[in-house]
Design a protein around this ligand. Structure first.
Ligand SMILES: Cc1ncc(COP(=O)(O)O)c(C=O)c1O
Length: 448
């Protein structure tokens, strides 16, 4: 095996894309589905910690973590070790037809570490969308109802069921005809560009609750027909939007009053990203159904739907997937949880606070930064033509993202005009400093 020199900060050695990257991009354009959403030509050879190395030997600082998946960074030695060990034991057996010890062990562990002291059950799948599909089916089956309420800006996946909930970009639905499920979208409790008139001193969280109760329940979705309210505790693809503290408790209250299931999608916000294991813990609410994916498989595909036991009571054969709960992914998931609890989550909280403070100082100096928001290392920066964030500056955001890549910082956009930072949770101060300075330089250059 080739020995590699490991660094903690990036270095760009060739024009981008480099010659080997160019060759792969040409072949990719010929063979790979054009529906993929690539923003810039990063062709990865390997990763370690928060560093990615491309096929031409350039190194990048990864502040996206493979879209919030690599919580412990790339090639974490303990994750690599459990994956190797489990691969030697068995790679697949199908947990829907047979049993293996760690499939049960991860379910037990998740039941202990999720909010709510009631009995719970776990269903395994392979992705975020699949975890959501299982949640939707659980809600329909258990309530006998078939309507849903979801939020503008939401992203829950692109399968036909989840696409009905997703409302973060029109492109996701364009060309796919009528939606499969009956979903009514209401505004998310996003303080910026909030579309509803408010009473004096009424919070956006309370206003959304009043809109559901006084408008939606009376006009389109009778509460007794509503199976579930589906929500991301911090909106992900919608722009890393943190709702005010009363929003999720208000949804919980509405659900309790009407026998509606509260489905919380922790696919992007979970697994320590916000400095707590689950983002919902910041709001003191216990969901009826929780969905997890992304970081939970330690980089391997794994989806989890965890529901109150009295909701997940369905007949044999009602729902399952051959690969759901793959043994290697589960072994990596158990190890990921263990490492997170050993201090990585605290690092996410500390580094997140440090990064937010540095970004807020930038906001004072650079007018296109209209808002800096986030929890832990789930941080969004709103780029706008005005200080009130009412005029989203999408082109500038896109330019910044590409320019950061050219300077060795891997980030992505989210929502209409936000830059999102979702690094591995193991980043240190020096790496945060590099990310903020690079972002600053890119923004300054783009507005020259
Ligand atoms: C909150 C949320 N839910 C669901 C999904 C869908 O997950 P997947 O892409 O694994 O299907 C995503 C993906 O970005 C997500 O962010």
């Amino acid at each position: 095996m080739q020995t590699i020199t490991k660094t903690t900060l990036p270095e760009i050695k060739t024009a981008l894309p480099g010659p080997r990257a160019k060759e792969i991009l040409n072949r990719d354009a010929k063979y790979i589905s054009p529906s993929y959403t690539r923003s810039y030509p990063l062709v990865v050879q390997r990763g370690y910690g928060a560093i990615l190395e491309d096929v031409d030997g350039n190194t990048f600082l990864d502040f996206n973590a493979g879209v919030a998946v690599a919580a412990l960074g790339h090639a974490h030695p303990e994750i690599v070790e459990v994956i190797e060990r489990q691969a030697h034991e068995f790679v697949h057996i199908s947990g829907t037809d047979y049993y293996y010890p760690h499939q049960t062990a991860l379910a037990e562990k998740l039941i202990q570490v999720t909010p709510g002291s009631f009995a719970k059950k776990v269903h395994y799948s392979n992705s975020g969308a699949e975890a959501m599909e299982a949640a939707l089916k659980t809600a329909i089956y258990s309530t006998g109802r078939d309507k849903f309420i979801a939020f503008r800006g939401a992203f829950h996946g692109r399968t036909f069921g989840t696409l009905s909930l997703t409302a973060s970009r029109a492109a996701q639905r364009r060309g796919f005809g009528p939606q499969t499920l009956d979903v009514t979208h209401v505004p998310f409790a996003n303080p910026i560009r909030f579309p509803l008139e408010r009473r004096a001193a009424e919070s956006v969280g309370r206003r959304v609750a009043r809109y559901i109760e006084q408008t939606i329940f009376k006009t389109t979705v009778a509460p007794e027909d509503c199976a579930a309210i589906v929500v991301e505790p911090v909106q992900g693809e919608g722009g890393y939007v943190v709702p005010p503290i009363d929003f999720l408790p208000e949804l919980r209250r509405i659900c309790d009053e009407h026998g509606i299931a509260l489905i919380v999608d922790e696919v992007q916000s979970g697994m320590g990203r916000t400095g707590k294991l689950w983002a919902i813990e910041h709001f003191g609410v216990a969901p009826d159904i929780m969905c997890m994916a992304k970081a939970i498989g330690g980089g391997l595909p794994l989806g989890v739907t965890l529901a109150r036991e009295d909701l997940m009571r369905w007949h044999v054969g009602a729902h399952a997937s051959t690969f759901g709960g793959n043994p290697v992914a589960i072994a990596a998931g158990l190890k990921t949880l263990e490492v997170l609890e050993r201090g990585v989550m605290k690092n996410a909280a500390d580094m997140g606070a440090y990064m937010m403070e540095r970004l807020r100082r930038l906001q004072d100096r650079l007018s296109p930064i209209a808002e800096v928001r986030g929890l832990g290392l789930m941080i969004g920066v709103e780029i706008s033509r005005d200080r009130e964030a009412s005029d989203p500056w999408t082109e500038l955001r896109d330019k910044i993202v590409i320019d950061c890549f050219n300077r060795g910082l891997v980030i992505q956009g989210a929502g209409e005009s936000a830059v999102r930072f979702s690094p591995p949770l193991i980043v240190d101060r020096e790496q945060v400093d590099f990310a903020v300075s690079t972002f600053e330089a890119a923004l300054r250059d783009a507005t020259k």
